[in-house]
Ligand binder design. Structure first.
Ligand code: NAG
Ligand code: NAG
Ligand code: NAG
Ligand code: NAG
Length: 693
């Protein structure tokens, strides 16, 4: 897959420089209710006009440039993507004075550093050119820096400033970016001392690049390191720093499940695509392996050529792990090149991959692929006992899938067959990440189109797919680019990227990373003939403690199930015995925010509502759940610090990322109003880390 916005690449070395002061372990461990910063001592007043409530940047000084001025103070509440998440009436909106591409530097009044401070930042991601900094007045040294996330909405950054307590400092706001898009920075609500840590008894999650430990030489295991970030999923695959999108190359090889991901190690944005690599004995516990594929070397910073999504097969003649994928070439940077070809690489040790001398396997797209030609997926075709490959494509306003057949056992020589399936225009003009496989006596084709994942169940005769039933792979906002594979036990498994393109919201960029992969899911045919999914049975291996089972329970009003943000919640609802109009499950709840999941008994509609769930994408998503034959509705819900995956018994899946603001947002409650909701069981299981493979 693709994306368009680019910004200056930042090397890992620079990212390291960005950690201007290395935090100690104790300083970054947020402890609810305690005070790791001793915020009561060294509590001094912060800068004047700290929340920009006084008009026209009063008490702030424009030091240089034209980016900031009296018009920078804005009282707007919302932009095209939702609320700004400001505090009070006014905030500093970096575009209102003079637009995006201008530069400037703004200083606060000077103040004595307290033990801790915090502020809100929004706007562009560019650590070198767009940031809020803390400057020591005596030397002009910039002590701490933080950039934003490519989103207007602001996020709270907490800084440990004990090292400089009592010294004169100022806040500097630097916009040195001339970018036409995301070339500005937004700021609000600078706080010092205990107020910096929270509101009315609630404690902010401690976020920001200065609160991340450098992975290298940390002396910490992945499990310990990943646990330190309060918005980091614990039992989902994420990159420690950088960006991931599509999963790729899923296969079980020498007994271990292989997971590759589209990966940009240099910044938490899409960029030149590498393949990250992890493997697992059980498809739920992962071990990080060296990066498998790198983009071709280039000295041109505008050249974002890279290795796009693809698939893996085991070469039985050599035992090699064989990857077949899209080689993407930026044709502006490489005039005359073909943008998307199919190439291959293989490995016998599972960590070093050699490109095939036969590359490219497919040197140019077949006719009728004007919009794209990407994401080859190899599968065994039992119709004519051949290896085939589907490749995502599109022509005119229609997405389509191109079909190839292998002409040799090494899968290095491929012959074009035909267009095997085509949309009607309603599912996007490009189909990406197509997967085709038999299940029971049917064939499934699924693909990404228009930023949604669609499946079609039907028949396939070796050249032609005929659709009989169509639906969404996932009814939530954050699922795209699903990939399927068959494991050694013969199960149809899949992993989906817990992200998607339309959202501009990646709050975890504030901590230097973006993107997560779903848990491994098992696919099956639903009773209605559609494609369903559920968590693979081995997710039970993630339990880190005993199941807490509330047993049979009639809920009238509200009950608290527990307080955790890393767990599995399994509900069995007796539909016949329930007489409330609906029941609601609250997740990630505190008095300030929550994720709301409501099931309406009357129309069997399950609605996920993230409109007051903290940072991140706000919205509602619904799905109608098929009536269970035994009148027992089951919901299997995976909660993992910044994500929720919901699986209903009929095979419906709903995936969303959610980023709570407060440490206390961990309550799980169930509510029924106007009658009872009758539960056969309510089970809560604490889940531990995925990094134990
Ligand atoms: C802004 O960028 C220019 C050109 O890259 C550089 O010379 C200058 O030092 C930068 N200024 C600041 C305040 O970072
Ligand atoms: C390799 O052998 C396995 C087990 O017999 C089989 O399932 C698989 O399809 C074979 N792969 C290839 C590329 O022939
Ligand atoms: C598959 O179906 C298509 C469309 O009906 C037909 O044209 C083609 O001949 C069939 N192929 C085989 C191998 O049966
Ligand atoms: C289901 O019923 C509820 C309660 O009457 C209603 O608010 C909701 O809009 C309905 N949803 C659908 C999809 O019909």
């Amino acid at each position: 897959m693709k994306h368009s916005t680019l910004s200056t690449p930042l090397s890992r070395a620079l990212l390291t420089l960005f950690l201007l002061s290395t935090p100690t372990l104790s300083s970054i461990l947020p402890r609810t209710g305690s005070d790791p910063y001793s915020c009561h001592s060294n509590h001094f007043p912060g800068p004047l006009n700290p929340s920009f409530e006084e008009p026209a940047l009063k008490s702030w000084t424009v030091v240089s440039g034209t980016a900031f001025g009296p018009l920078s103070s804005s009282s707007e509440s919302t932009y095209w993507g939702g609320p700004f998440q400001k505090v009070g009436t006014n905030f500093l909106w970096g575009i209102t004075q003079a637009g995006e591409s201008v530069v400037g530097v703004l200083h606060s009044s000077t103040f004595k550093a307290s033990n801790v401070m915090s502020f809100l930042i929004g706007g562009g991601y560019d650590p070198s050119n767009l940031y809020v900094g803390l400057q020591l007045v005596s030397t002009s040294a910039i002590l701490l820096k933080q950039t934003a996330t490519n989103d207007e909405a602001m996020i709270r950054i907490v800084w440990d400033t004990r090292e400089w307590a009592g010294q004169q400092v100022r806040v500097v706001v630097v916009d040195n970016s001339t970018a036409e898009s995301w070339g500005h920075v937004n700021v609000d609500d600078v706080r010092t001392g205990c107020d910096a840590l929270g509101d009315a008894g609630l404690h902010f999650n401690v976020l920001g690049q200065n609160n991340q430990i450098e992975e290298k030489d940390s002396g910490l295991s992945a499990e310990e390191l990943f646990a330190l970030d309060p918005i980091r999923p614990q039992f989902h695959y994420t990159p420690y720093q950088g960006w991931i999108n599509d999963p790729a190359g899923l296969v079980q090889w020498e007994g271990r499940h292989q997971l590759f991901s589209q990966f940009n190690p240099d910044e938490p944005l899409w960029g030149p695509m590498h393949w990250s690599h992890a493997d697992s004995p059980d498809a739920v516990h992962w071990r990080e392996l060296p990066v498998a594929l790198y983009p071709p070397p280039t000295s041109n910073p505008a050249d974002n050529s890279g290795r796009f999504t693809g698939s893996a097969v085991v070469d039985n003649s050599t035992g090699a792990l064989h990857l077949i994928f899209t080689d993407f070439t930026n044709i502006d940077a490489n005039p005359g090149a073909v943008a998307e070809t199919v190439i291959s690489a293989s490995s016998t040790d599972g960590t070093t991959f050699a490109y095939s001398p036969k590359n490219p396997l497919i040197a140019r797209p077949p006719p009728g692929s004007s919009n794209a030609f990407r994401d080859p997926k190899v599968f065994w075709d039992k119709n004519d006992e051949t290896w085939k490959m589907v490749v995502g494509s599109g022509e005119g306003d229609k997405g389509r899938v191109q079909l190839y057949v292998a002409k040799d056992e090494a899968l290095l020589s491929w012959e074009y067959v035909s267009v095997v399936a085509e949309g009607d225009g309603s599912t996007g003009n490009i189909w990406e990440c197509p997967n085709m496989f038999p299940i029971d006596d049917k064939w499934v084709l699924f693909y990404g189109g228009d930023a949604l994942g669609f499946y079609e169940v039907g028949s396939y005769n070796g050249t032609n797919f005929v659709s009989e039933k169509m639906g969404l792979l996932d009814a939530g906002p954050d699922s795209y680019a699903m990939q399927w594979y068959v494991d050694d036990a013969g199960r149809n498994l899949a992993i989906t990227w817990m992200g998607n393109w339309p959202t501009s919201k990646w709050p975890s960029r504030i901590n230097g990373w973006a993107g997560a992969q779903s848990v491994t899911r098992e696919l099956f045919l639903r009773d209605d003939g559609g494609l369903g999914s559920k968590p693979i049975a081995e997710v039970a291996n993630l339990a880190s403690g005993p199941v807490q089972n509330l047993g049979k329970k009639n809920v009238h009003g509200t009950i608290k199930v527990g307080s955790t943000n890393t767990a599995r919640l399994q509900l069995e609802v007796d539909l016949k015995a329930s007489n409330a109009p609906a029941f609601t499950t609250f997740l990630y709840q505190s008095k300030a925010e929550s994720v709301v999941l409501k099931y309406n008994f009357g129309n069997r509609t399950l609605t996920l509502d993230t409109t007051s769930a903290g940072y991140g994408q706000a919205g509602t998503w619904s799905a109608v759940i098929a009536a269970p034959k035994n009148d027992v509705l089951t919901l299997d819900i995976l909660i993992d610090r910044s994500s929720v995956e919901i699986f209903a018994g009929d095979g419906t899946a709903m995936t969303a990322t959610v980023f709570p603001r407060y440490q206390e947002s961990t309550d799980i409650k169930i509510e029924a109003v106007g009658g009872k909701a009758a539960f056969n069981s309510i089970k809560l299981t604490p889940f531990g880390s995925t990094w134990k493979a």
